[in-house]
Design a protein around this ligand. Structure first.
Ligand code: NAP
Length: 485
């Protein structure tokens, strides 16, 4: 047995998972850790995305750290700024800030002679025994390569880089995309601009949801009666259990119920039959990430709104030229075309044992044993890494469970059982093969294009139940890991 060591830990990213890591590491008695954050503020996706209407479509009481319930959430679904404030409050309360080095991105992680050598954007060299990659999933904006985009003469920006200096009042605003982002922007902007064009390449199914506004009385009760707060969390959690069980089996009755709810939502709430058919997807609900919205159909029927379904030919200085020859003149163009979802920690260079490059290991598609550990990358652990339950339930719950698992692995290093831990090759590839087979049964594999699919068309997600995920995360199966001294 090796001597016990106090490992030095580098955490990458001060978003939801990085903040969580600091709190949990400290609780577990670790003292030597640092967070490198590329930006000047905490918050990750909630810091970056500030577009009008931004909200989380996971109920707020579920999108909350389990150890830090928030009786003050204003409604079932919290807005982006409210969530950012929550994380800032947690950072203050748990004194996380001193652990963070802001404006410092990790550029290189190389495993040399048993330790990770880190290079940051400020030129700093650091070393770590353990690296926790808490870099998130949706943080590299993807701007579609639409001909002429750069020639647009008005204001133009990606939804994740909203330019708040642009006054939209009375303007002709166009939004490209119909993902969760564009749908939220539509509901928020349609009555605040002069004219609103939504450029739809693919229609979306919309699940109706009710956004209950919590009264002061409700919040008082949540504050004074923790059981009521817990009941709310359990209720939201049960709903998500149903949802997460449905999506993994495209033939399940629950899935059919969700599809029926979406169909009725469309048919009962869109009056004009022509618009209704334009909004009707030609694939099954849930195949793409389902849109949860109470007001999108109202918004798109607003007199200002135009759903533009003729394909985009190119962008010109004055607007969007359609394939049918029409020019949709615009003052402002918002590109809501999503994110590069297979980047994870990259563009940082990550090299494991013997110089093995993560880019090469992930050349086909990103993989990791249980989304957490990669063979030949010892003591390098990911939170919300590849193929996790990203489409099924709250990312906070996922990160908490993964961290619990990682901390148990780290304990093996701290107590001197070993110096290096990484998933075994066989365990990792057999996990991936089984995962791929199971993913083919899920609703995401029923014939649509979406960011849930990897470049081979396989859903890049956890294809089993939420309960199974929680069960697996309880305790590492050490046979799946190589423990080296
Ligand atoms: P997205 O779901 O990837 O949607 C991108 C949209 O851009 C799609 O409608 C896509 O059309 C369209 N598009 C891409 N390239 C195009 C092109 N060349 N021409 C025309 N249209 C093009 O991105 P997102 O809406 O930003 O959402 C990403 C994820 O962020 C969500 O799925 C969700 O996980 C997360 N999110 C969550 C919330 C929340 O409430 N929790 C809110 C916003 C975002 P096609 O469908 O035809 O490809």
């Amino acid at each position: 047995m090796s001597k016990s060591v106090e490992p030095r830990i580098v955490i990458i990213g001060a978003g939801m998972a990085g903040i969580l890591s600091v709190i949990r590491l400290r609780e577990a008695g670790y003292t030597d850790f640092v967070v490198y954050e590329k930006s000047d503020r905490i918050g990750g996706t909630w810091r970056e995305n500030t577009y009008p209407g931004i909200a989380c479509d996971v109920p707020a009481h579920l999108y909350t750290y389990s150890f830090e319930p928030n009786p003050d959430w204003s409604s079932t679904f919290a807005s982006g700024p409210e969530i950012q404030r929550y994380f800032e409050g947690v950072v203050e309360k748990y004194n996380v800030r001193p652990a963070i080095r802001f404006n410092e991105a990790v550029d290189v992680c190389e495993f040399i002679d048993g330790r990770w050598r880190i290079k940051t954007s400020t030129g700093r060299d650091d070393v770590a025994d353990v690296v926790l990659a808490a870099t998130g999933v949706l943080h590299h904006p993807f701007t579609a390569d639409i001909p002429g985009l750069a020639s647009f003469a008005g204001a133009r920006f990606h939804s994740a880089q909203w330019d708040h200096s642009v006054d939209l009042k009375g303007k002709r605003v166009g939004v490209i995309g119909t993902g969760s982002t564009a749908i939220q922007i539509t509901s928020a902007l349609v009555d605040k601009v002069g004219r609103y064009d939504l450029f739809q390449r693919t229609a979306q199914w919309v699940m109706p949801i009710e956004n209950v506004i919590y009264s002061d009385q409700d919040k008082h009760e949540f504050r004074t009666n923790p059981a009521r707060l817990e009941a709310l969390r359990v209720e939201a959690s049960d709903y998500f259990r149903k949802f997460s069980n449905a999506v993994i089996d495209s033939e399940s009755e629950e899935m059919r119920e969700i599809e029926e709810a979406c169909r009725l939502n469309l048919e009962q709430n869109v009056k004009d039959p022509v618009l209704r058919e334009k909004l009707r997807p030609n694939y099954r609900a849930g195949c793409k990430r389902l849109i949860f919205s109470a007001d999108f159909y109202d918004a798109i029927q607003h007199p200002n709104a135009h759903l533009v379904t003729d394909g985009i030919e190119c962008i010109e200085p004055n607007g969007v030229r359609l394939k049918n020859g029409e020019l949709r003149e615009l003052d402002v163009l918002v590109v809501a075309t999503g994110f590069r979802t297979d980047s994870f920690i990259r563009p940082a260079v990550v090299k494991g044992r013997h110089g093995v490059d993560l880019d090469d290991v992930w050349a086909d598609h990103p993989t990791a044993y249980l989304s957490i550990s990669i063979p030949q990358f010892p003591n390098f652990f990911m939170l919300n890494g590849p193929n996790g339950p990203v489409g099924n339930f709250s990312l906070i719950l996922i990160a908490e469970n993964q961290l619990n698992y990682i901390l148990q692995l780290m304990e093996k290093i701290r107590d001197g059982s070993c110096r290096e831990i990484s998933a075994k090759d066989e365990a990792s590839s057999s996990f991936e093969n089984v995962r791929i087979e199971a993913a083919k049964k899920s609703i995401w594999a029923t014939g649509c294009k979406s960011w849930y699919l990897d470049k081979n068309g396989v859903p890049a997600s956890w294809p089993w139940s939420r309960d199974r995920f929680f069960e697996v995360m309880k305790k590492p199966e050490l046979e799946a890991f190589e423990l080296a001294s």
